[in-house]
Design a protein around this ligand. Structure first.
Ligand SMILES: [Mg+2]
Length: 234
């Protein structure tokens, strides 16, 4: 009897490895300021317009996410100068190469990549991604015009089952559900890009271990239950 169980145990552990390969970890990336650069000339161009829309604010960094939504949808998006700014942003901005490389690396490791952005023009975003050959993501989710960025991102993260999300907005990181790991993407004098990348890799490694352990436990429990059932039948 013991021999039979040992053999079955070995078989189970092999099956667990196979199952693990099929379990892909879902990673979400923000686009603006994470996958795409926010170059200084564009920031300056937007900053110049801020006081005329928000008299008590000096620049884009001082705006809350709700004010940014408002700025993009109702002011920039609908005025002729706003439309011009938006198209210039997407024409001139460059991909953030280290983040695109990391995205590809994680995908090659078997992670599923999703892009979730507060930007509301899906066509323009898709065009930009194509132009810069950013490929292999499973889905691109833009915000509905008039919708709120935080709610849009959190809803999508929950719906898709994202396990780790990278964003350059502190508000988004704070709003993430407790089961989602958040990585705040913002370079400062004391926090460099290498550290952010290290934090993401570490987060993914932890998730893989957690998934592996969960699957092993599940398989062991299933095996125990089936052994108990068989013992009872004997
Ligand atoms: Mg952003």
């Amino acid at each position: 009897m013991i021999c039979i169980f040992m053999a079955a145990d070995q078989k189970i552990s092999r099956e667990t490895e196979v199952n693990f390969e099929d379990q892909e970890i879902k990673i979400g990336f923000d686009i603006d300021g994470v996958i795409a650069d926010y170059p200084a000339p564009i920031r300056k161009m937007i900053d110049k317009k801020i006081p005329s829309f928000f008299p008590n604010k000096k620049n884009l960094r001082e705006l809350s996410s709700y004010e940014i939504d408002k700025l993009y949808d109702f002011i920039l998006g609908e005025s002729p100068c706003g439309k011009e700014i938006i198209s210039r942003i997407y024409k001139n901005r460059k991909p953030n190469k280290p983040m695109v490389a990391l995205m590809n690396e994680l995908r090659e490791q078997g992670c599923e990549i999703y892009l979730i952005t507060g930007f509301s023009d899906k066509e323009l975003a898709t065009k930009w991604l194509k132009k810069h050959k950013i490929e292999g993501y499973r889905g691109l989710f833009t915000r509905r015009k008039g919708g709120a960025m935080i709610e849009h991102k959190i809803e999508k993260i929950k719906e898709l089952g994202i396990k780790l999300f990278i964003d350059n907005s502190k508000e988004i990181i704070k709003a993430l559900p407790s089961e989602v790991k958040g990585v705040y993407y913002q370079e400062t004098k004391t926090r460099h890009l290498e550290e952010i990348i290290k934090e993401i890799r570490q987060g993914v490694a932890e998730l893989k271990n957690e998934t592996r352990n969960e699957l092993r436990n599940e398989t062991r429990n299933e095996f125990r239950t089936s052994r108990e059932t068989r013992t009872l039948n004997l």
